[in-house]
Design a protein around this ligand. Sequence first.
Ligand SMILES: N[C@@H](CCC(=O)N[C@@H](CS)C(=O)NCC(=O)O)C(=O)O
Length: 219
Amino acid sequence: MITVFGEGRGFRVVWLLEEMGLPYRLRPVDLLAGVENDPDYLAINPAGFIPALQDGDATMVESIAIMEYLIARYGQDSRSATPLAPAPHDPAFPAYQQFLHLGEAGLAASIYFVLISRNLAPEAERDNWTAREALEIFKSRLGLVTGQLARSPYLAGERFTAADISVTYALELAQRSGSYTLGAPEKTYVARTSGRDAYKRAMETCQATKAWAARTAGP
Ligand SMILES: N[C@@H](CCC(=O)N[C@@H](CS)C(=O)NCC(=O)O)C(=O)O
């Protein structure tokens, strides 16, 4: 049985597992309660961040690497055959690979530091140079997403892929944290990707994410 530890970016992994129809369980990790109080999780990821994945003898961190692992390991399985990643010879592959990683390295990683600065830093340090710069970096990478969405409904072309899971998570993180207001093309895109049944099932599994989404939903 595959175990996903923690929500946050773990939502990406749960969504992917739902898309692939693979059985799994989610083991919550409460970072706000202090990961130092969760020795069982620290045994899985001594660095203490989420998510992590355990699959038999394999233990992994990094949400994008975990998604790549699951697609490579189970994507060819007849029970879970997945169109979520184009093959390397497919013309969609370069855009897929780029946006899969840009969703974390360019978007989520940047907006995460805006989010924690604005919400968790001591009052006098909230509007600091680094947080402002991180927001500019987020916006510059978002321009690539917006440009691609002007050409095609999904980031790798006509078909939904794991790159859309990666980027949708980042856009929702920005929106829900109040760090950035998405424009109309991005909102339309997120409505398209989050309308999928697998997304809705993932949301039912990820109750903390569901509660956060409800708290931050607009009127
Ligand atoms: N690049 C990592 C980022 C992981 C990450 O920063 N997770 C956040 C929550 S979503 C976290 O655990 N933050 C606390 C920490 O880094 O100690 C991934 O994609 O999994």
